[in-house]
Design a protein around this ligand. Structure first.
Ligand code: EPU
Length: 417
């Protein structure tokens, strides 16, 4: 067990380089097994979710090499074995092995995935997609078996534009017979990244990034290489850190278009930003204004940045509101922000944040990944020392977070409990 300690009040200045996107890498890695040879993935984030996926790959018999941020996956000798519960539940993205193994072997058995407890997180749309492709789904408690004699392309409408279901159906449909279309597909940049990778392996996917994706089934995928896009949520988190306590803090190696919903909000509340071709330079504002935010699917305001943004809203003048429309349980961070001195009330899907309030260092708990990021940001501006427990959540998704923040002037450390 580890904890993070932060001495607040240190100005952040210098450059933070953003790593590969967690939510892209965690899909690209399982996607790699669809090819019969070796896939090489560049810019892989060094987070514990990556290590959990390697554990699954090696369990299946793949040869994996991870050297810094370059991963090679040789799937030529993998065996389609049931994936045990201990590994299935280590992370949410283990569910991408459902689509990948089903696509490749027409059968998969694994358990309900893990991940942050930010809502019920059903997988009914993934399973509906597999069934529409011709598979039979059986479940026994948490254990799911999905199998088919053959998968056949069809038109699948998603009731909700789910990121996970869109990617999983793409994975399963790539080696299916005929054409699959996904209607009301999710449009997140991570989906485009995965579709591009699959196309470099020989898949025929068009329309990724729009609400209608077309997948023409192919017989085989081949060895290839691909790069993970920069992590827009990691970038957004550090941009918010700069807005809280930065002095010309440069967030480098980003795709500014991917975080426009955040940067436009920050500009609206008065945060000084310089947006370059692949960077943002951000400084603390004098008297930031309050605002209203509603989380939406891409290109709307990302739910994953809602919790980090809340820390900034505690420093804005007036009452801000956040309406969370994606997850039912994504305000657990507010209890700890209030413990540190914030004035936040939550009513159903909406949080009202009265500011500005001075924050004081306390002992707090990271209930989930982005709640943890929110508390790190709070610790950076709080008076005195903040101790965050349950930081395993944070390490699942933020690469070298201690090193990156220390390099720009934060006083932050990771310690054993
Ligand atoms: N949903 C269903 N049924 C399904 C699938 C989803 O009802 O079969 C609902 C969910 O309950 C939720 C909504 O649809 O209310 C959207 O869920 P989605 O499937 O889009 O989310 P996800 O694929 O499970 C990914 C990211 C999340 C991010 C969401 C939304 C990964 C591994 N996770 O989750 O990231 O919040 O998309 O953008 O890609 C994070 O990084 O902290 C994180 C939670």
């Amino acid at each position: 067990m580890k904890k993070i300690k932060i001495q607040g009040g240190k100005t952040l200045t210098g450059t933070i380089n953003i790593g590969g996107a967690k939510n892209s890498a965690v899909a690209l890695i399982p996607a790699a097994i669809l090819c019969s040879g070796t896939a090489t993935i560049f810019n892989v984030p060094q987070i514990s979710d990556t290590l959990s996926l390697i554990e699954i790959l090696e369990y299946l018999g793949a040869k994996v090499n991870l050297s810094n941020d370059i991963m090679t996956i040789d799937s030529s000798n993998i065996e389609n074995k049931d994936i045990p519960e201990e590994v299935s539940k280590k992370l949410r993205a283990s569910y991408y092995f459902m689509g990948a193994l089903l696509g490749k072997y027409k059968k998969v058995t694994m358990y309900f995935p893990g991940g942050c407890k930010i809502g019920e997180r059903p997988i009914n749309l993934h399973l509906k997609g597999f069934e529409m492709l011709g598979a039979k789904v059986t479940s026994e408690g948490n254990k799911y078996t999905v199998e088919a004699d053959k998968l056949k392309g069809t038109s699948i409408y998603l009731d909700i534009a789910s990121v996970g279901a869109t990617i999983n159906i793409m994975l399963a449909a790539t080696l299916a017979e005929g054409v699959t279309t996904i209607e009301n597909a999710a449009k997140e940049p991570e989906i485009v990244n995965v579709a591009t990778f699959m196309n470099t392996m020989g898949a025929k996917i068009t329309g990724a990034g729009t609400s209608e994706i077309k997948i023409e089934g192919v017989k085989k995928l081949n060895s290839s290489f691909h790069e993970v896009i920069p992590d827009r949520i990691e970038a957004g988190t550090y941009i918010i850190a700069g807005a809280l306590i930065g002095d010309n803090l440069k967030i480098n190696n980003i795709i500014p278009d991917h975080i426009e919903s955040l940067t436009s909000k920050l500009t609206e509340i008065g945060i000084p930003l310089e947006i370059g071709s692949d960077y943002v330079i951000v400084s603390k504002a004098n008297k930031p204004k309050c605002t209203n935010v509603k989380t939406l699917v891409y290109p709307g305001f990302a739910t994953d940045l809602q919790q980090p943004l809340t820390t900034l809203l505690t420093q804005c003048n007036g009452t801000s509101s956040i309406e969370e429309t994606i997850w039912e349980n994504r305000f657990l961070n507010t209890e700890y922000l209030n413990k540190m001195g914030a004035n936040i009330t939550v009513n159903g899907k909406t949080a009202l944040i009265k500011g500005p309030t001075k924050l004081i260092g306390k002992k707090v708990i990271a209930t989930d990944l982005r709640a943890g990021a929110c508390l790190i940001l709070a610790g950076l501006i709080a008076k005195g020392e903040t101790t965050i427990e349950n930081v395993e959540h944070i390490l699942r998704g933020y690469e070298k977070i201690i090193e990156k923040l220390t390099n720009v002037g934060a006083k932050i450390s990771l310690e054993e409990i």
